[in-house]
Design a binder for this molecule. Structure first.
Ligand code: AMP
Length: 122
């Protein structure tokens, strides 16, 4: 069985609430939304995180589709603006090891520092 949950979604083996799709990209509602609009954008090929984009096949095609997908989805769901976030690795808070961009909107999302502690400066 395909171990990556987002690969399984991309292949139609697990259900999702699909918002938008291209040959390389799938956008769907997050299963545990933290904002009124919380949509994930994933590549259909397995790329572990944003950090691997430069060294993974298929990344450029996905990034190309991502630019227009974000605009198309935001024009439908986030008329007053939105935030894009991608978590990377343990310190970045990444839970699913398949690169995904969170789109958060539908209300004011607040300051960027939410959830993070100020770094100490020596
Ligand atoms: P991250 O912490 O950046 O790895 O975020 C992973 C996100 O994937 C979380 O916001 C989860 O709620 C979301 N998620 C996990 N499983 C599913 C699923 N089956 N369908 C939709 N979203 C999911």
């Amino acid at each position: 069985m395909e171990p990556c949950i987002f690969c399984r979604i991309a292949r139609g083996l697990l259900p999702c609430k699909k918002v938008y799709e291209t040959d390389t990209l799938l956008a769907f509602h997050d299963i545990a939304p933290i904002a009124p609009v919380h949509i994930l954008f994933i590549p259909k090929v397995h790329i572990p995180s944003f950090h691997e984009l430069a060294v993974c096949d298929g990344a450029l095609a996905w990034m190309n589709d991502l630019m227009s997908a974000v605009r198309i989805v935001a024009d439908e769901y986030c008329l007053n603006g939105y935030r894009l976030v991608t978590n990377i690795g343990a310190d970045g808070g990444q839970v699913v090891d398949h690169v995904h961009i969170h789109m958060l909107g539908g209300q004011p999302i607040g300051p960027m520092r939410v959830g993070a502690q100020p770094a100490s400066i020596d």
